[in-house]
Design a protein around this ligand. Structure first.
Ligand code: HEC
Length: 206
């Protein structure tokens, strides 16, 4: 009797551990079809966001220079980013290690991806989009952000040449710890980091 109870206890404990593992997150590797689907959504989110962002940036620069445009390189300036996040149940972020806004600092996973892209770039290999299942079951999509247009140099190039001292004062006032200048064309500036949540975020559960 004692042994039986003991056995029953251990098997229930084992079951709890096992189900605990499966409910903790879907860690199954992505199938090829799933990866393709996430890559497509990721690329669409990035393309849509980037087009709106660079359109507003160039209009604002033309309208009133850096002082006018300085708030338009922030994803929070765009309601579109919120609606895409809701539509895809995703978090849309740009991450870098050369940060202007500390909110955009790369986490450990993103830093690893940045290093992978940097190595590919220095080996002159293509920096392709990456789709990866995270430990918690979410799916991450990454794409490099490069300085692809001289437009970016107005605020991320060399101070004194690309960026006038007066304009840099405006940036410095808003971002005293800025570390996002000195870039040249084609530089790796950071990454797009899109997290597709496996579960509804807290608060949206029913
Ligand atoms: C008018 C100035 C301006 C221009 C032009 C500009 N940026 Fe920015 N950029 C900023 C500011 C200001 C921030 C900080 C935004 C924030 O608070 O999130 C920033 C942030 C970023 C970030 C997020 C990482 C960080 O350092 O905070 C990336 C990536 C970035 N810019 C890339 C670009 C690229 C690529 C271009 C060209 C398409 C560009 N920027 C053009 C001013 C500019």
């Amino acid at each position: 009797m004692y042994v039986m109870r003991h056995l029953a206890f251990y098997s229930i404990a084992a079951m709890l551990v096992l189900t605990g593992c499966t409910t903790q997150g879907n860690k199954k590797p992505l199938t090829e079809a799933e990866s393709r689907q996430y890559a497509e959504s990721g690329k669409l989110i990035v393309k849509t966001t980037f087009e709106v962002l660079s359109g507003h940036l160039s209009q604002a620069l033309a309208r009133g220079g850096v002082s006018e445009a300085v708030t338009y390189c922030n994803l929070r300036a765009y309601p579109l980013v919120d609606s895409l996040s809701g539509e895809y149940n995703a978090r849309i972020k740009r991450a870098t290690i050369w940060v202007r806004n500390a909110d955009n600092k790369a986490d450990a996973d993103e830093e690893m991806v940045l290093k992978e892209y940097a190595a590919l770039k220095s080996g002159q290999k293509p920096m392709k989009p990456i789709v990866r299942r995270k430990d918690n079951g979410d799916v991450a999509f990454y794409m490099p952000i490069q300085i692809t247009t001289p437009l970016c140099l107005n605020c991320h190039g060399d101070v004194g040449t690309d960026i006038t001292a007066a304009d840099y004062n405006i940036i410095k006032k808003l971002y005293p710890n800025d570390n996002a200048t000195g870039h040249s064309m084609e530089d790796l500036r950071g990454i797009w980091s899109i997290t597709f949540f496996e579960k509804q975020p807290i608060g949206k559960e029913f």
